[in-house]
Design a protein around this ligand. Structure first.
Ligand code: M6R
Length: 608
């Protein structure tokens, strides 16, 4: 997730781009940059860090240019430094490109371009677009961009300027957002509405596989074959604050609803032509993968719940023994590690001190480290022998939501990759698991459609203070995560527990008024789970069950039910956790709480 802004018109473009980038900074803040069409040609300024750092870089340089593009970056390919900051240029410096998304076949395109004599300056996938356009210098810019779009695979939103067409920005879109702001004698292009809302409320959405030529006097939209498409325009009714949150009241709800896209991005480009998992960036030798005799997964908070889930997947598919550790406990228990041990650190931020200390300790004992993180080049990514990025995009709300579901997916991809490398699973089993993963984004969308129903259901529980979240097997981490969400944003007492363990003590707490939420989706122990829920019901608990669609047997045990689509047992946590995120969200809202900034918490915990 990155932010793009572009402007053509009569105004000086530099301050306008800075303002737009500030409004888009929520989409990424690893680096910022802009390209302005000056009389001498395209002038590019870039800087690692925030938009404020770019402003400092520009200090004293006042541009008269009135056409330009800007970018704020959330790194996906290449470290978040100035060299990898956008815009990227061709060899001659006459084309400038900004990009949001992932070009899946960038490595192949880059190899061809290098062979043809192009000189690359960055590690990004984006730079290939600048060189592809350079090769088509004889074509009008929109034609050149169209050809580049035909060659590039994956998700892209582009904005491109070229020396010889000083009053033109060409935009293109596939998968990543791009909207057009329509002004009077001036026009805008941006990843999101807040970038231009100050100047115009009239907009047009660019559909997938469309190219737009933006000039001061108007826009022309065409498809990949060059056929002109009539723009559909509308008036924006949002104020600036709700526009920044995409029309949602808070970042947390926005991020819950971003999960289908985030999961798609996590999966993107990670399959080979045989339908098997391909983790190019992992750069871990297959021989090393075969040498492991034990796995540890270390993490904190929500990331630890992803680790719990990973244990089931890695053990079932690779038959390697897996230990999971709360990172703050790990190094104090003198774990047994050596050169044949794989340690996986899971951390959204990659900066959590407890997790960093744990993985550093493991490496010092000779273990190999794979980091699973959302932040490119974060401290944990830099410590690791190999990195797998979750690609959820920036998460602003303190409560982890989309980063959790993408961690689940990333860990399953890793488990399947390990299984293939070690020959512990038939290809057909891997292919089936992968197929089921690709169905998840649509399934999560189906669950999200129940948000209003979950809000209404939760209204009956606004005066309840005690909640239990129960699950067995792969549903147990989901129960733990549901309880954590409720604690941290609604400040309600919530216990996550393995359902079968309740009879050994905690069942004494079940009485009228206690809400017991059971995750009883597809599982080989679902029958046992339902018996445990009967035991809670017999003690007068109020029972809410998360069930697979059509489960009438489960429905009979519950006071309330939420149905989710069927998924294989190890993938069902992805859909099952979404209603629990929504339940916590709505209960917190009913209590009038700030869900994005819950009390006593920080997004990244850098103390021990
Ligand atoms: O950045 P990390 O994944 O390492 O963060 C770990 C925990 O601090 C984090 O998951 C925390 O529990 C969240 N607030 C949960 O919503």
């Amino acid at each position: 997730m990155c932010g793009i802004v572009g402007y053509v018109g009569p105004r000086p473009v530099q301050p306008l781009l800075i303002g737009g980038l500030r409004r888009l900074e929520y989409r990424g803040y690893d680096s910022a940059g802009m390209a302005i069409l000056e009389e001498v040609g395209v002038e590019i300024t870039r800087k690692a860090g925030r938009v404020a750092d770019l402003e400092s870089e520009l200090e004293g340089r006042i541009s008269n240019g009135t056409t330009g593009i800007g970018h704020t970056r959330w790194a996906t390919h290449g470290a978040p430094n100035t060299t990898n900051a956008h815009p990227h240029a061709d060899c001659a410096g006459s084309v400038a490109v900004v990009h949001n998304g992932i070009i899946e076949n960038w490595a192949d395109l880059k190899a061809d371009l290098i062979e043809a004599g192009h000189l690359f300056r960055s590690e990004t996938d984006t730079e290939v677009v600048a060189h592809l356009i350079e090769d088509r210098a004889d074509l009008p810019l929109d034609e050149a961009v169209r050809e580049a779009m035909r060659l590039a695979e994956g998700a892209l939103a582009l904005a491109v300027v070229r020396n010889d067409e000083p009053e033109l920005i060409v935009g293109a879109r596939r998968g990543s957002p791009l909207v057009i702001g329509l002004g009077d004698g001036e026009n805008f292009l941006a990843s999101d509405i807040p970038a231009f809302l100050e100047y115009t409320r009239r907009m047009a959405v660019l559909d997938d596989d469309r190219i737009v030529a933006v000039r001061p006097g108007g826009i022309t939209i065409s498809d990949l074959s060059g056929t002109i498409v009539e723009p559909v325009t509308r008036e924006i009714e949002w104020d600036l604050d709700s526009a920044e949150k995409g029309g949602f009241p808070d970042f947390m709800l926005k991020e819950i609803f971003e999960q289908p896209k985030a999961i798609r991005d996590t999966l993107r480009g990670r399959l080979d032509s045989d339908g098997l998992v391909r983790l190019l960036e992992l750069e871990l030798d297959v021989e090393i993968a075969r040498s492991f005799d034990k796995v540890f997964v270390v993490a904190c908070g929500t990331s630890f719940h992803a680790a719990m889930m990973a244990k089931y997947a890695i053990e079932r598919w690779t038959r390697l023994p897996v230990e999971i550790d709360i990172a703050s406990e790990f190094r104090y228990r003198d774990p047994i590690l050596d050169g044949n041990t794989l340690v996986v650190g899971i951390s959204q931020s990659g900066e959590t001190l407890d997790t960093l200390a744990a993985v550093r300790y493991a490496r010092a004992q000779g273990a190999k480290l794979i980091a699973v993180t959302n932040v490119v080049d974060s401290a944990m990514a830099r410590e690791a022998d190999a990195v797998l990025y979750t690609r959820a995009g920036p998460e602003i709300g303190v409560a982890a939501t989309k980063t959790f579901t993408t961690q689940l997916i990333a860990m399953q991809l890793l488990a399947l990759w390990l299984a293939h490398a070690r020959g512990s699973l038939d290809d057909a089993v891997i292919q089936n698991a992968v197929k089921a993963m690709f169905a998840l984004p649509d399934q999560v969308e189906e669950v999200l459609r129940q948000s209003d129903g979950i809000r209404e259901m939760s209204e009956q529980w606004t005066d309840r203070r005690d909640f239990f979240f129960l699950g067995r097997s792969a549903a147990f981490p989901v129960a733990m995560e549901g309880a954590l969400k409720l604690k941290e944003i609604a400040y309600l007492r919530a216990e996550g527990y393995p359902a079968g363990e309740m009879k050994h003590g905690p069942i004494a707490l079940i009485e009228e008024g206690v809400v017991v939420i059971g995750v009883a989706t597809n599982s080989h122990v679902k029958g046992k789970m339902l018996s445990n829920m009967q035991e809670m019901r017999a003690r007068s608990g109020t029972i809410l069950l998360v069930l697979t669609e059509g489960d009438t047997e489960g429905e009979a045990v519950a006071d309330e039910v939420i149905f989710v689509p069927w998924a294989p047992e190890l993938l069902s946590p992805v859909t099952a956790v979404v209603p629990l995120q929504l339940l916590a969200y709505w209960l917190a809202k009913q209590r009038g709480l700030d869900v994005d900034k819950p009390r006593n918490l920080a997004k990244t915990v850098t103390v021990e």
